[in-house]
Design a protein around this ligand. Structure first.
Ligand code: NAD
Length: 519
């Protein structure tokens, strides 16, 4: 019946509507259930990566606006944390239904602000939606521990309780999915959360918190502030914020982990990556090359789980020309145009950085088998487009290998044996994801055992775990000790409160004073 109560409201973000007008709308803060105009004088331009038109202005929220968000979150926590677990679960049931209904509009918004294809954006929303669906299992996931009779007439109950006010800081590349890793999990456990979406594409997060409110999240349970470094520092320093979830680059992640932890907060940081795909000569060639292409160039390479490095083992190197031929056929265009394979990168600055890294690879001796630097996209001459690029025979000391490129550039390497490939991967500081393409079970098993990376695909190019599991990036790709979503996500947003109680039948009898530890 709760599903029937949800209205049929459709969310259309104002920037989607206004994108073709000359006036760029100002993005608002979302505080205590209302969209609130910012009083700031400091605005960041929001651009469409396919055209570089300014489609909105993002405020750097003022200190008093950020303080108001914390006050609202504290006030909401005092009541929300006392809602029954079933009431919180019901909100998630309604929320998933509202997201599903608004999938298309969310995807259009993401494509406009972020640049990826509408179809790919829908896929990413679905992955976030699955986290909301998993949150509906909170009635099982938030159970504590209990033991009867630990001593005479004595029992221990460990309750899993929320932390308080929490904060989420999100990157540009998954503007709906990553916020959905954060605020649904935090709030379903009884916390409140202040979101700080990426200033480069905050629209999807704004739409989602409004939807969550329609689903029944009370005012102040999810607030949104905006900005860059100052807003992040505010979150790291405010004493009433108990935990921070961060997803983004190493620079910001290390800063947030160190500053937030120093201030006594629980912090989880998912950071950069360099993911390797190992192609064995016994792999199903067509399938392996197609999967590699999608995982390297999809979303213009701007996925933290993109397979940005291919290692061809032994004779598999003979397949490289076929890979190049396939990559040549990929269609580069604005993300909302039909039949687009890859859209633009997020900004002019990002494009310049990608071009510089390609250039550095060529200077350092890599063979550029496919060069996307001068790609032309007829109807979008001003967009931040880079075509699929393949740098071959790359060596581990080259800058294009040591740095995360985060663009449509596949770095290709050769190895004589599987052990050599494993060595290359284990010597890389990152540990987000990796994949092996093989038809041999023993090879796959050896790879799984010997590789030191948190997420492994066997004939699966982007092994992002479904949310009944957790996102388990490791080594340089993660700081903290409790991962995002799944059981670990519930662990992150809860703490134990353990009650030891004694109920004796002879209650009225006074207990003797005991000065030593019980033996
Ligand atoms: P980013 O670090 O630039 O931005 C992320 C957030 O941090 C934004 O909200 C931004 O405002 C803030 N920020 C940026 N620079 C900051 C600074 N110097 N100090 C404080 N805050 C700062 O990241 P991005 O460019 O938006 O996202 C791309 C990066 O995110 C890539 O490195 C990618 O691998 C990583 N990423 C990782 C995962 C993962 O799960 N491991 C998932 C998605 C993205």
């Amino acid at each position: 019946s709760s599903l029937l109560q949800a209205s049929s409201k459709i969310y259309v973000n104002e920037y989607v509507r206004c994108a073709s007008t000359s006036s760029a709308p100002k993005i608002k803060n979302f505080i205590h259930g209302k969209m609130v105009d910012s009083q700031t004088k400091d605005w960041i331009e929001l651009t469409n990566p396919a055209t570089n038109e300014v489609i909105g202005l993002v405020p750097k929220s003022t200190n008093s606006e950020m303080l108001a968000a914390v006050e609202s979150s504290k006030e909401a926590y005092s009541t929300w944390s006392k809602f029954s677990v079933i009431q919180r679960q019901q909100v998630m049931f309604r929320f998933q239904e509202i997201i599903r209904r608004n999938m298309k509009n969310l995807a259009m918004n993401i494509s406009k602000e972020q640049g990826k294809t509408v179809h790919d954006a829908e896929g990413s929303i679905l992955r976030g939606l699955q986290v909301v669906e998993a949150c509906c299992a909170v009635t099982f996931l938030q159970t504590g521990e209990t033991m009867h009779g630990v001593a005479r007439d004595m029992d221990i109950h460990s309750y899993r309780v929320p932390l308080g006010v929490t904060a989420g800081i999100a990157p540009f590349n998954f503007p709906a999915m990553v916020p959905l890793w954060m605020f649904p999990v935090a709030t379903v456990c009884g916390n409140t959360m202040i979101m700080k979406p990426s200033e480069q594409d905050p629209g999807a997060c704004m739409m989602l918190v409004e939807m969550a409110q329609e689903a029944g999240l009370p005012n102040g349970v999810a607030n949104v502030i905006h900005g860059q470094h100052e807003a992040v520092t505010f979150i790291c320093d405010h004493p009433d914020i108990r935990a921070i979830s961060f997803v983004g680059s190493d620079t910001a992640g290390n800063y947030i982990y160190e500053r937030g932890s120093k201030n006594g907060k629980r912090v989880q940081c998912n950071m950069g990556a360099k993911n390797h795909g190992v192609i064995m000569p016994d792999a199903n060639k067509e399938q392996a090359l197609n999967q590699l292409l999608g995982a390297a160039f999809g979303a213009a390479g701007q996925r933290c789980m993109a397979l940005s490095t291919a290692i061809f083992v032994g004779n598999a190197k003979e397949w490289v020309p076929d890979l190049v031929a396939k990559a040549k056929k990929l269609r580069v265009n604005a993300g909302h145009e039909p039949n687009t394979d890859l859209g633009p990168v997020i900004s002019k600055k990002a494009k310049e950085r990608v071009l510089e890294l390609i250039e550095s690879g060529i200077k350092e001796g890599a063979k550029c088998l496919l060069d996307g630097r001068n790609v032309k996209v007829p109807n979008y001459p001003n967009g931040n487009f880079v075509g699929p690029t393949i740098l071959h025979q790359v060596k581990p000391n080259m800058k294009c290998y040591t740095e995360e490129i985060f663009g449509p550039v596949l770095v290709s390497m050769e190895a004589d044996t599987l052990d050599d490939a494993i060595n290359i991967i284990n010597s890389n500081p990152y540990g987000n994801g990796t994949a092996i393409f093989t038809t041999n079970g023993a090879t796959a098993r050896k790879f799984t055992l010997d590789i030191d990376v948190g997420q492994i695909g066997i004939n699966v190019p982007i092994p992002v775990p479904l949310p009944m599991f957790s996102f388990t990036g490791s080594r340089g790709s993660f700081r903290g000790d409790t991962n995002f979503y799944g059981r670990q996500g519930i662990n992150f947003y809860t703490q134990f409160k353990t009650v030891t109680s004694q109920w004796r039948a002879e209650d009225a009898t006074p207990i003797e004073v005991q000065m030593t530890m019980p033996t």
